[in-house]
Design a protein around this ligand. Structure first.
Ligand code: HEM
Length: 436
């Protein structure tokens, strides 16, 4: 019998027939549908035991606000991510000794230099695409996402064709976005002592070490983030220094991967499905383009937002006050709250945003129930970077090409839990160079 950490008083309780699996089968099959059904049955506050974890689920304004407000030492974002995602998939050594967190990177006063790297990265990709052809929106956005991310923090050398060809498969191997969704793949990682992941890390370390060695040999210091990251490890001897630089870059790139490319892909897909909006954006309306990006993220968010309780804590929701014991996961899911927080929020409409802010936010019952980049202390440090990356990529694609969708509709993949949705079916896009 699985012993779950306590919740008192116990609210409505979603259980399954197999004790350890609990509600896990339903949760893994269609997470959004699962939470929607439980919410319809039990209301906005309930407990769900799944895959050996106890989730205290909140969907009401008070409950969701409480989740975002809880201090890290009482209920931890970092440990929730580590326990449910990183620990099962990645070597612990990757998490140890990190010195440059995304927060440091995006707080850096030189941060605006990334805009130049983003432009260069998109230009290179467009050169490779050529004059006409067909790409799949998510596959192409993934490539663009790699190019833009790596060019911004791993040096311009990292996106040269010979390096990109080695880095992309290795980073794909480290991708944690499946860790919760594909328990068998994660079990395989554990059973093989994460051999595949160690090999991928070694490949990335080798590429970064080559780049850093060439820079040292040529006395070259272009003043980019790779330089900054290397300087922060200058107390370590080479080659250990290069290994640690590469691991900082891996953690950064993995943070970017789980959301950025899918957000870019949905922005493109929604524009292609709404020709009047596409025409306006093509005519140069960058403000509308950014609103389309926010709206695409809002509508396609699949993030399960988790905090692992560290010390006994009280949560007050509209249903009452509850004490949660350490080990419980305070949980909400954005794909349930975002489309239901207000009338019409189940549809794509960039008018839901004014500039980079949700329109009529003050009149919403619980502003935290709508989230694109999160709220409070753990909100995304890369919000500005990500919106700029999406704007630049789509602007350059539209400047260069006529784009035609080879699909009539697009829907999120049902099984996904965490991050921005991938599509349920391929979204082919036909492109040909514009003649202007
Ligand atoms: C469109 C792209 C992105 C979206 C929609 C997005 C979304 C989010 C959300 C919703 C959270 C809050 C999670 C929570 O409260 O549990 C978050 C946090 C975070 N994101 Fe992003 N993100 C994006 C891009 C990126 C990129 C490019 C990076 C890194 C290079 C990044 C790094 C992080 C980090 C490190 C945190 C945790 C912050 C903390 O611990 O305080 N994100 N992101």
């Amino acid at each position: 019998m699985t012993e779950f950490p306590g919740v008192s008083p116990m609210p409505a309780h979603a259980t399954g027939t197999i004790p350890w699996l609990g509600s896990g089968a339903g949760l893994l099959r269609h997470p959004t549908g699962f939470f929607e059904r439980q919410r319809a049955k039990h209301g906005d506050t309930f407990v769900c035991d799944a895959l050996g974890y106890r989730l205290f689920c909140v969907f009401s304004p008070m409950g969701v606000r409480a989740l975002y407000e809880v201090p890290e030492e009482i209920a931890s974002f970092g440990l929730a991510t580590f326990e449910l995602v990183m620990k099962r998939k990645l070597p612990i050594e990757l998490a140890m000794g990190r010195r440059n967190r995304p927060h440091d990177l995006f707080k850096n006063p030189n941060v605006e230099t990334y805009l130049g790297h983003l432009e260069d990265a998109v230009a290179l990709e467009i050169d490779e695409l050529g004059n006409r052809g067909t790409f799949e929106a998510f596959a192409e956005s993934k490539r663009l996402g790699y190019r833009m991310g790596l060019a911004s923090w791993a040096g311009a050398e990292s996106v040269r064709p010979e390096n990109l060809a080695r880095l992309i498969p290795a980073f794909d191997r480290l991708d944690t976005s499946d860790a919760f969704v594909k328990p068998l793949s994660t079990l395989y990682s554990v059973a093989t002592k994460k051999r595949r992941e160690w090999q991928a890390m070694a490949k990335i370390e080798a590429v970064i070490s080559e780049i850093l060695s060439a820079r040292r040999a040529n006395d070259s210091a272009p003043g980019d983030f790779l330089d900054t990251i290397e300087a922060s490890f200058s107390d370590l001897p080479v080659p250990e220094r290069d290994v640690q630089v590469a691991r900082d870059l891996m953690v950064l790139q993995m943070g970017a991967q789980s959301n950025l490319y899918a957000a870019l892909a949905w922005t493109l897909v929604h524009l292609l499905l709404h020709p009047p909006l596409l025409a306006q954006v093509r005519d140069g309306d960058d403000e509308l383009l950014e609103r389309c990006a926010f709206e695409s993220i809002r509508l396609r968010q699949r993030s399960i937002t988790l905090r692992r309780v560290m010390k006994p804590m009280e949560v007050e929701t509209e249903t009452g006050a509850f004490t949660l014991q350490p080990g419980v996961f305070l949980t909400t899911m954005l794909s349930v709250t975002n489309p239901t927080a207000a009338e019409g929020f189940d549809r794509f409409d960039p008018a839901h945003y004014t500039g980079r802010k949700l329109a009529n936010e003050a009149s919403l019952d619980g502003r935290e129930r709508v989230s694109t980049f999160g709220h409070g202390r753990h909100s995304c440090p890369a919000r500005r970077f990500s919106i700029s990356a999406i704007r630049i990529a789509i602007r350059r694609l539209l400047d260069r090409y006529e784009l035609e969708p080879g699909f009539a509709t697009a829907a999120p993949a049902r099984r996904q839990i965490g991050g921005v949705a991938r599509a349920a079916a391929p979204c082919p896009v036909h492109f040909r160079a514009r003649t202007v």
